[in-house]
Write a new protein. Structure first.
Lengths: 469, 165
């Protein structure tokens, strides 16, 4: 695979711009920050430029952040640091790559890898789709629910790829021009993006929010996260399903499901199913046993490797790029905290006069707007440290947990463009979906979701005692 | 950013046969296009043009009896050229004897042998299969080829390569 990728103007400008962004605060030396603060502000600004322009891959920006922090604000600094500044040990920055939340995610990757290896995802889809009958609306509902559930535990992208293959096989026999193709192709990314909201391992922004919250000493269990988000995920899915059924007219009354396959009953497959079920069960029953999700997440890693169900090749399949991208965000938050950049940034605005509700709405809207065009994880990486510092400050009465979850949710609800999320790109590539179709449904579902999460969710969270407004 | 097209290069000296192949492969357009050449010389020129336009030479369909260089010798030459060795190679002929066929398999890594006359569906099936192989093996972003090629296989590969971002 050696391909010369064409680079956009933005990508070519990215590196010089990032360099300027890095140097600017060091030269201008804004008040209120010491030399370490100036350098960390430079790293933060450069990270913004690089994550927006993608002049280097997202994960490369992540390691650049860590290296920059080590070179300029850690105890191993190459430039002298001001007196009175407590330089963190380099281990503090490297530790971001082994943060407990990353281990939780690693567990999720192991489950996803096994599900793909033993075709558990496809077989589950095949079996679970049957009860939804043969009517187009029934099948669409089934596809959406299955996609959503799978994407809670596997990557949204892998789920969307699997389920889009199902959609294409179902719609292959439809007459040309039948808009049911569009509805069904669109139903998959909608369900995958929305489904990812419902668990901490559903999608990287959730992990970033979770790590940020933990850093601030705020804990939320796997089950609490699900209780807080799942009801709204279901409401958004039903709204999306209803919308898709109305937007694109079709005369087709019946669809044929031709999915064949059999569950793998080999010994390693059976062992994997057991590990899969046990891990999820343990995640959901934390209140009973008290073992944190970040510890349970390591269970599939340990069991599957020790029983040799997984070997070197599966270990190599782990998406280190995704883990390190999240790690870069964690390191960014650590560095900003150590150098006081987060508090300085929050202090730039007089928040006191602003109602808490407005601030939460602002966070959600910025997350949604930004992640419509740039990576969801990069958005969360940039917004979580600032949003949480703001929520923790005395200036505003915003529940930090609410702020964290709403940023993660805002990232996942951004789905108006083919480039917004990889699942959207898959739907677009089927040829059944035009940019306009995606924009209409994406904006409507994202909008409905945002309203639900902003207007109704805080009441529900108050009731749960999780978080409030 | 525009997606590079996949090119099937048909090397065939009889105009009627060329036209038939182009017609049979028309359903793959626009992401997969068929270019034609009358001889090996003509084909070498076409390949330079394909490279210059940024498209990808995915498959060569060659007849054996051609004016100038024989089809099989042209395929061997293509195989030995580091730039084009990855291109899938098919012999579409009625006149290749055992010796040249063996040479094509052993020295050009021939992917398929199609005997004339062919069934359009068979030809399309083979082209689809081989181009899907080519995309899976040599192209990072497989999504642009979803509609033209084997979508099930491409989606499976894409699911393992792409990740949430």
């Amino acid at each position: 695979m050696s391909e010369e990728q064409q680079r956009t103007l933005l990508q070519r400008l990215g590196l010089p711009l990032a360099l300027v962004a890095f140097v600017l605060p060091i030269v201008l030396q804004p008040d209120g920050l010491d030399a370490a603060g100036h350098r960390m502000l430079g790293i933060f600004l450069a990270a913004i430029v690089l994550w927006i322009t993608e002049a280097v891959p997202l994960y490369a920006t992540a390691v650049l952040i860590i290296f920059g922090e080590i070179l300029f604000i850690s105890e191993a600094t190459v430039l002298p640091l001001p007196e009175g500044y407590e330089a963190p040990p380099i281990a503090d920055f490297y530790a971001a790559l082994a943060n407990p939340v990353l281990m939780l995610f690693l567990g999720g990757f192991f489950l996803a890898e096994g599900a793909a290896k033993y075709r558990l995802d496809r077989n589950l889809a095949r079996v679970l789709l049957r009860p939804f009958g043969t009517s187009p609306s029934g099948i669409m509902l089934g596809l959406m629910l299955i996609t959503a559930v799978l994407s809670m535990f596997m990557s949204n992208t892998a789920t969307a790829a699997t389920m889009t293959a199902v959609v294409l096989s179902v719609t292959a026999t439809l007459p040309p021009g039948d808009r049911l193709r569009t509805s069904l192709a669109l139903s998959i990314p909608i369900a995958a993006n929305v489904g990812g909201i419902a668990t901490p391992v559903g999608t990287p922004p959730n992990a970033i929010a979770l790590a940020g919250l933990t850093e601030q000493g705020i804990s939320i269990s796997f089950l609490e996260w699900m209780l807080a988000t799942l009801p709204f995920v279901i409401l958004i899915l039903v709204a999306g399903w209803w919308l898709l059924g109305r937007l694109h007219r079709s005369d087709t009354k019946e669809l044929k499901l031709q999915m064949e396959g059999e569950f793998d009953r080999s010994r390693p497959a059976m062992l994997f199913y057991g590990v899969f079920a046990a891990t999820i069960a343990l995640w959901l029953t934390e209140p009973l046993h008290g073992v944190p999700a970040t510890v349970v997440g390591f269970l599939p890693v340990v069991v599957l490797l020790s029983t040799q169900v997984f070997g070197v090749s599966e270990l190599q399949n782990v998406r280190w790029d995704v883990l390190w991208l999240v790690g870069g965000g964690i390191a960014l938050a650590t560095g900003m905290g150590a150098a006081g950049v987060d508090e300085w940034l929050v202090g730039l605005v007089a928040w006191e006069g602003l109602p808490a509700t407005l601030i939460v709405v602002l966070l959600a809207v910025i997350a949604l707007a930004l992640s419509t065009t740039i990576s969801n994880s990069a958005t969360a990486n940039l917004l979580v440290p600032i949003g949480l510092t703001l929520a923790m400050s005395d200036a505003v009465a915003v529940d930090p947990l609410l702020a964290g979850i709403i940023i993660a949710v805002g990232c996942s609800l951004a789905m108006a463009l083919p480039i917004s999320t990889p699942p959207n790109a898959i739907a677009y590539a089927t040829g059944a979906v035009r940019t306009k179709d995606l924009a209409v449904v994406g904006l409507l579902v994202g909008g409905i979701g945002l309203v639900l999460f902003l207007a109704v969710a805080p009441l529900w969270w108050n009731l749960l005692g999780v978080a409030g407004m | 950013m525009t997606t590079p097209r996949l090119v099937v290069l048909c090397v065939e000296d009889e105009p009627d046969v060329r036209d038939a192949i182009v017609r049979d492969l028309a359903p793959f357009e626009p992401t997969v296009v068929t270019e034609t050449a009358e001889s090996a010389d003509d084909a070498r020129e076409a390949i330079d043009e394909i490279k210059a336009s940024g498209d990808r030479l995915g498959l060569v369909l060659a007849d054996h009896l051609l004016p100038g260089t024989y089809g099989v010798d042209f395929l061997v030459e293509l195989h030995d050229d580091p730039v084009n060795s990855r291109t899938k190679k098919v012999l579409l002929t009625g006149e290749a004897g055992l010796d040249v066929t063996i040479k094509a398999i052993n020295r050009a890594d021939l992917d398929r042998y199609i005997a004339k006359p062919w069934q359009p569906d068979d030809l399309r099936g083979i082209v689809k299969h081989l181009l899907t192989d080519f995309v899976v093996e040599h192209v990072d972003d497989v999504l642009p080829y979803l509609t033209a090629l084997d979508s099930g296989r491409l989606l499976e590969v894409h699911g393992t390569r792409a990740a949430d971002r």
